[in-house]
Each structure stands twice: as structure tokens, then as C-alpha cells.
Design a protein around this ligand. Structure first.
Ligand SMILES: [Ca+2]
Length: 333
């Protein structure tokens, strides 16, 4: 289900300078005193206007990225999918900070207020809205839809949506300037490492999607009730998380590493271009050098168990934005 992004709302946006985080130790800020001790467990960045953004320290370490061929829901050639989750060992050589939650509407508003930035949806005057009508979810190119007005009500503590990869990078460039600290989108490897938080199972809570109650806001029974006429092959989690659309960030259980909503709520843009993984063991991979698509992770409020797996990969053009595309930021210690 839910793979039907037919109308790719491609807007060629500003091309931002790379905001890659883990390319090396150069990410550390020169003006900071050489730390004799470990970086602090948490970091809070001031966004101005009373808004702030909290990040948690993710330790350096090693993990197996991707999924075993036996994993239920994994892409198969038979199902017409690309095999893109080949398991390989990844070393994350340095600790890094990752946003405890998605960037919220209020946090994004602080950026817009300070910078005057207009998102790609705003500049082009339209976006693709996810509209529930006659018991079905439809994607419609709609004038006036943007992060300020997605196609459902949101409050300030919900994840900002209708933001493109370019928009998310613009936020990171702004916050880098404002905070004096290198801020960017996480790489796919950083994201999956942090999502797993040591777990080797399909989901951070285990292998069974039905055990995920209380962990996040996905395509659950609330959404199912709103979509009585959904196609028969659409799958839903068997639990009810109470939300049809997005939920306030931090509403569900944090992971073992203190991160909220790594699965569900809104897709999270990652830095990398989409492509095949390296075959062998790698350290701090940053994705392929070429390729039009950028990656997203984590599933969202309208995505089913298959798409909410820790190893699942999703991709879109950097100008695309939808009612379930958001992001969280990473920062160097
Ligand atoms: Ca839900």
C-alpha cells in the first residue's frame, strides 16, 4: 500500500551547500574548548523567540545495517521492488547528536520568522495534499498547501510537514549559522544506527509489528476507521495509536537511546542520495556521489508495517514535499 506517489511534485529548488555531518572531525567547532571529558548527554539549541531544539548524544559504535533476506516485509524482486537493504557492517566512528524529536511546526516557524525563508511549496503556490474523502486517502495537487496549511489541522508541537529535502537543508544551514555548531541532516547510516539503538530486530521493539503499541503513530486502527473504503491490499497495524494524522512529537515511548517517533508520525529526510549500499564493512558512509533521489526513513502516519521497519528505505526528489514528509536534525559534538 501507500506507495502511490504518482504525482511527484518536483520543484527544482535552491541547491544548498552540503551539510554533511559525519565527514570527519572537521565538524567540531573551532571556538569550543578542547573537551577533556565526554560530550554532554544532551544539547539544547536556542532558536530564538522562545523556541529551542533538544538533541541527545548517540554513542559511537558498530552495527549491521540493512535486513536479513528472511525479514518479513523486506523488498523482494518478486514483489517488484529493488533489493536495497543488503546487510553490511557499519562503524559510526564518532558520537553525534540527534534531535530527540522531529523538527516541530513551532521550531520551523522560528526559522522562517528569523530568516524570511519561503518553502518550495510556498514559492510554487501548490503542493500535493493527502485528503481523506469518501473513506479513501487521495493524493491531490492542491493550491495553497504548505507547512503552514497542510491538509489536516496541526498544532505547534506537531512535526512540520510539507517540507522538501531542500527546505530541510535550509533549516540546517540557518541553524548552523545561528548556533555556531555544525547542524545537518543525519546520514542514512546514522539514522538507522540511532533508530535501532542496539536492536537487531525488525523494529526497535522486536520482530512483531503487533507489539508496537505505544511506540509511535503509524497506519493504525484509527486510520483504518477513517478509511473504510481503502483498497483491500492496504495493511494496518493492529493497534490504535489514537491519531489519524500527525501527533504531537514525544507522545509515545522513547527508544533505548532517548529518541521519540523514530518510527511513524512523519518521514524523516536523510542527507544521502539514494543508491546501493557498499558491499563490505564501511565506516561513516555518506551514500553515493551521484543520483537524483534523496532518502527518507521511518515511515509515517499513513504507512504500514512494511514501511515502518528500521531497515526500510524510501526515496524522493529533493524538491518533493507531502503531508507526511518532515525531518530531524543531527549535530556534531
Ligand atoms: Ca496513527
Amino acid at each position: 500500500m501507500l506507495k502511490t506517489f504518482g504525482a511527484a511534485a518536483v520543484a527544482v529548488g535552491i541547491l544548498l551547500a552540503g551539510v554533511l555531518l559525519n565527514a570527519g572531525g572537521s565538524a567540531a567547532q573551532a571556538q569550543e574548548p578542547a573537551a577533556a571529558s565526554q560530550p554532554a548527554r544532551e544539547l539544547t539549541l536556542d532558536l530564538g523567540g522562545g523556541a529551542s531544539l533538544r538533541l541527545v548524544l548517540i554513542p559511537a559504535g558498530k552495527f549491521v545495517m540493512g535486513s536479513p533476506v528472511t525479514e518479513k516485509g523486506r523488498s523482494t524482486k518478486e514483489a517488484g521492488y529493488k533489493i536495497d537493504e543488503t546487510q553490511h557492517e557499519v562503524t559510526i566512528s564518532k558520537p553525534f547528536y540527534l534531535g530527540a524529536t522531529h523538527v516541530t511546526v513551532d521550531q520551523f516557524a522560528a526559522f522562517v520568522k528569523d530568516s524570511g525563508y519561503q518553502t518550495e511549496a510556498e514559492k510554487s503556490g501548490f503542493s500535493v495534499a493527502a485528503v481523506i474523502k469518501d473513506g479513501k486517502l487521495e493524493l491531490k495537487r492542491t493550491p495553497g498547501v504548505s507547512w503552514r496549511a497542510p491538509s489536516f489541522p496541526q498544532k505547534g508541537d506537531h512535526p512540520v510537514v510539507q517540507v522538501s529535502w531542500n527546505d530541510a537543508c535550509a533549516f540546517c544551514v540557518w541553524l548552523t549559522k545561528k548556533s555556531g555548531r555544525k547542524v545537518g541532516l543525519p546520514t542514512e547510516a546514522q539514522w538507522e544506527y540511532a533508530c535501532r539503538a542496539g536492536a537487531t530486530t525488525v523494529y526497535m521493539w522486536g520482530d512483531n509489528p503487533d507489539d508496537g503499541r505505544g511506540w509511535g503513530n503509524c497506519a493504525d486502527q484509527s486510520l483504518r476507521k477513517a478509511l473504510p473504503n481503502a483498497p483491500n491490499d492496504w495493511a494496518f497495524f493492529n493497534w490504535d495509536d489514537g491519531y489519524v494524522y500527525t501527533s504531537p512529537v514525544g507522545s509515545f515511548k522513547p527508544s533505548a537511546w532517548g529518541l521519540y517517533d523514530m518510527i511513524g508520525n512523519a518521514w524523516q529526510w536523510c542527507q544521502d542520495r539514494y543508491g546501493d549500499y557498499d558491499q563490505g564493512p564501511v565506516t561513516d558512509p555518506t551514500g553515493p556521489d551521484k543520483g537524483a533521489f534523496r532518502t527518507l526513513r521511518g515511515g509515517s502516519w499513513w504507512y504500514n508495517p512494511r514501511y515502518c521497519r528500521s531497515a526500510n528505505r524510501f526515496r524522493h526528489m529533493p524538491g518533493d514535499r507531502f503531508d507526511n514528509f518532515g525531518f530531524r536534525v543531527a549535530a556534531a559534538p
